[in-house]
Design a protein around this ligand. Sequence first.
Ligand code: 5GP
Ligand code: ZN
Length: 123
Amino acid sequence: MENCLFCKIAEKKIPSTAVYEDDDLYAFKDINPHAPVHLLVIPKQHFSTLSDCTLEDAPLLGKMLALAPRLAEEFGCAVRYDEQGRPAAGFKTVINSGPDGGQEVYHLHLHVIGGAHPWRGER
Ligand code: 5GP
Ligand code: ZN
């Protein structure tokens, strides 16, 4: 897709800090992080929004989601359990879709956000 920022990032025409890559996906650090860990997972195939995906894209979407906890583990924010079995740490997975959904870049991307609080905007 011409003139798509994240297509250019996936093609390495625009620099980014890569954290994962395979034939289908590319993941990199968000340039303006909201939290200590803020990564973006994108498909190499261009979809403008989640609304452009169909049920046939479920394997690709599932792969994006399944990558999130693996990246969280690598960046120290995966959910873990204390001796009483209580969950600790953790991360958010977010896909903003369209103007009302707060989407700014029109290439599908999954935010993976975590790390110690406070995050941006929190006290
Ligand atoms: P959206 O609001 O579309 O869900 O999120 C777009 C995200 O892309 C934002 O968090 C923003 O900081 C990030 N972003 C925008 N431009 C760039 C860029 O050129 N490089 C990187 N690494 N992240 C970007
Ligand atoms: Zn694109």
